[in-house]
Design a protein around this ligand. Structure first.
Ligand SMILES: Nc1ncnc2c1ncn2[C@@H]1O[C@H](COP(=O)(O)OP(=O)(O)O)[C@@H](O)[C@H]1O
Ligand SMILES: [Mg+2]
Length: 318
């Protein structure tokens, strides 16, 4: 097979995966955009802020009508037994933009992020209510397969998570093999593409058969990102992806995020306010399980609407 037919074949498989995920070929691509289009001011800075208070958490006029939110949460609540992880969060997550989640430790950032690709399904004590829409379809609907959802909405964790017994190559293509792709040239092609996207290819191209654990921490994190990208997700969730990395490796990941958003919608949790300001287009500030406000990053950092936000971003707590 030549490159073109391989690419066509891979796209066919991935598209059929996407169809399987939603069980419906003709999902309205702009379902969540319809609401945005009815807001005459959407797209302006003034309209791009969401705040708590007076029930305004419920409105979703962030962004422009031309680019509907790829994802959106509506009244999303996660309980751990009787304890609240996050409460009543309604925010849009914009297509091919980076959304940063910030807030002090324990405020619910990870809890929220894990709800976006049904990771809580794997935690017995956790209970999710409300909606998480992907192109207008609630991913918690009973006809949705959570395994396939996690392929469309990939996740990168705080610490690198290479499969320790596998080679670099096998780590990258693990997700593709899982769906039955065995053709060596397709796997080679996908591996190279994902490693290039993760800015790791040049460093490992001559040692793809080496154990993944032989890589440095920063390389292992980029490998984890490559593995997540190999299945061509539409959304990538990153939970403090640089917290265990040195400044140089951190820098590489930040550059990577910047280039990835041309193709992928990204949600990133960060403890580092400078990082949020550097990499994100939108920022949501969480405090004690609630959304305090969300807005365009620049506007949230320079002109926070809520006193709590101002206190947090100026380092008075957290
Ligand atoms: N698996 C769990 N079981 C019970 N409580 C949890 C679990 N995970 C998180 N929590 C609680 O939920 C709240 C939010 O935690 P988390 O989402 O991890 O915060 P953050 O990521 O902002 O530090 C905290 O009070 C935390 O103790
Ligand atoms: Mg966390």
């Amino acid at each position: 097979m030549d490159y073109k037919s391989i690419k066509k074949f891979t796209m066919k498989i991935l598209n059929s995966l996407k169809t399987l995920t939603t069980g419906n070929k003709k999902l309205p691509q702009t379902a969540s955009g319809l609401a945005l289009a009815t807001h005459p001011q959407s797209g302006t800075d003034a309209a791009s802020h969401i705040e708590i208070g007076a029930g305004s958490n419920a409105h979703s006029s962030v962004g422009s009508a031309a680019k509907p939110a790829r994802m959106e949460t509506r009244g999303l609540t996660v309980m751990y037994g009787k304890a609240t992880g996050v409460h009543n969060i309604s925010i849009p997550i914009h297509t091919r933009k980076v959304t940063a989640l910030i807030g002090p430790s324990g405020c619910g950032k990870t809890t929220f992020l894990r709800a976006l690709n049904r990771m809580h399904d794997l935690t017995r004590i956790a209970r999710v209510t409300g909606e998480v829409l992907l192109d207008g379809k609630n991913i918690y609907d009973s006809d949705i397969n959570p395994v396939l959802i996690r392929r469309r909405i990939g996740m990168v964790f705080q610490k690198p998570t290479p499969f320790p017994t596998m080679s670099i190559f096998d780590n990258v293509v693990a997700g593709l093999k899982l769906v039955g792709i065995r053709n060596r040239s397709i796997l080679n092609e996908a591996c190279e593409k994902a490693l290039r996207q993760a800015a790791l290819f040049d460093e490992v191209k001559d040692r793809l058969g080496d154990a993944a654990v032989s890589l440095s921490g920063g390389q292992q994190q980029r490998l984890s990102i490559a593995r997540a990208l190999a299945v061509e997700p539409e959304v990538l969730l990153m939970d403090e992806p640089t917290s265990s990395l040195d400044p140089q490796a951190t820098n590489r990941i930040e550059e990577l995020i910047h280039s990835l958003k041309k193709e992928v919608t990204i949600v990133i949790i960060t403890h580092n306010m400078q990082q949020a300001a550097r990499v994100s287009d939108y920022t949501a500030f969480f405090y004690m399980g609630k959304l305090v406000e969300m807005g365009k990053t620049k506007s949230l950092f320079t002109n926070p609407r809520q006193k709590k936000t101002e206190e947090y971003i100026t380092g008075r707590f957290g």
